[in-house]
Design a protein. Structure first.
Lengths: 142, 236
């Protein structure tokens, strides 16, 4: 039914699609280290070739009851519920930074368990709720 | 439905149809805006900045959807050489371009109070910026290449290559660690948005889709008329 011209164009496009998908897949795969915005504490723990003088980002949840503030700096623990990293930071934290919530810290590793941050970003999760619902949820949990 | 887009059919699109669509749009937008700006509750941690979502999410959806359609029109255009296919792409491009820009700008306004930064180079934000550039490239091929056949071919290739970016945008939040949160509305599980926020979001989405449809139909009709005029000129 389809003419030969049309058929050859379809074959061409199919091959084109497969090749471009492959190119994009391979490019993204090899650039994965740069595409990820942050590493989790477990990923840092498992990473063999980690650099201590390059800026990296660590992300996870702020461990509950781990925030310790003094005059100039703030210390807290980032956890992914498997591994933990202690973060030290001096400066202002975003409003949404709080215990039990997501956070991304940018800075340098001192060692695999200790991180000196230069910038703190709060990470929001995919849950959207009115305040009353949160209260109701907390009450039902207690 | 699709047959209505045929060149001869689109010319019978009267102002009456457009006007009734506009009336519908005004009603939906008024309801949607009142619901999202006044009636819906603030978020438990974001506070009132959650209201930016009611514009941000529909804009992003429409920006992605428009490019998906451009890609589809480009593929059909390259295979079957149907004359009105590029006109569909040409009419959708400015629309999607504006909505991708709105998505990026509202996202920045939301990011500042929530994350503490306007912009980060994470996978979702970067791929969305790339989509915006693809729109610019698509529009630019039509703008700068004067020969119709050449412009048609080049823009179709831009349209097809840009389609590969769409799944990257969609799944970037699942494939890699990003600062941007994952989708709240998925096909497989219950939405993680409370219904009091989901309802205004859906109303706003419907409203902005109708707006896009109106703009598209008007632009498409103009493009078809232009095409017919140019054809007549060629014969003389």
């Amino acid at each position: 039914m389809l003419s030969r011209k049309v058929k050859s164009r379809i074959y061409f496009l199919i091959i084109f699609f497969i090749l471009v998908s492959l190119i994009i897949f391979l490019t993204l795969k090899s650039l994965e280290e740069n595409v990820v915005y942050f590493f989790s504490p477990s990923e840092i723990y498992n990473k063999a070739d980690i650099s201590f003088d390059k800026k990296i980002r660590v992300g996870g949840l702020v461990k509950i009851d781990s925030i310790k503030k003094n005059n100039t700096s703030i210390n807290f623990i980032i956890t992914d519920l498997k591994k933990e990293i202690v973060v030290s930071y001096s400066g202002l934290v975003p409003n949404l930074f709080s215990e039990g919530k997501g956070v991304v810290a940018e800075g340098k590793l001192k060692d695999k368990k200790y991180f000196i941050a230069e910038k703190i970003l709060a990470k929001h999760d995919e849950n959207y709720m009115p305040p009353e619902v949160t209260k109701a949820l907390e009450n039902s949990n207690n | 439905m699709f047959k209505k887009l045929f060149p001869n059919k689109i010319l019978s699109l009267t102002n009456k149809t457009i006007n009734s669509l506009v009336l519908f749009l005004v009603i939906v937008l008024i309801v949607g805006l009142i619901y999202s700006l006044l009636l819906s509750p603030p978020d438990y941690i974001q506070g009132d900045s959650v209201r930016i979502m009611y514009v941000h999410v529909p804009s992003s959806f429409i920006a992605l959807g428009c490019f998906g359609l451009i890609g589809l029109a480009s593929i059909i255009n390259l295979i079957f050489k149907i004359k009105f296919m590029p006109m569909i792409g040409k009419s959708l491009a400015p629309l999607g371009c504006v909505f991708s820009l709105i998505s990026i700008v509202t996202g920045a306004f939301w990011g500042k109070p929530t994350w503490g930064t306007w912009w980060v180079w994470d996978a979702r934000l970067t791929s969305m910026l790339i989509l915006f550039f693809f729109y610019i490239a698509y529009i630019a091929t039509w703008f700068f290449i004067k020969n119709f056949e050449k412009a048609n071919k080049t823009s179709s290739i831009v349209g097809i290559v840009g389609v590969f970016n769409l799944p990257v945008i969609k799944y970037s939040v699942d494939w890699w660690n990003t600062l941007h949160q994952p989708s709240s509305i998925t096909l497989t599980s219950a939405p993680t948005i409370h219904y009091s926020m989901l309802t205004p979001l859906i109303i706003m989405f419907v409203g902005m889709t109708i707006y896009s449809l109106i703009i598209f139909l008007m632009k498409y009709k103009t493009e078809i008329i232009k095409l017919k005029i140019n054809k007549k000129k060629d014969f003389k």
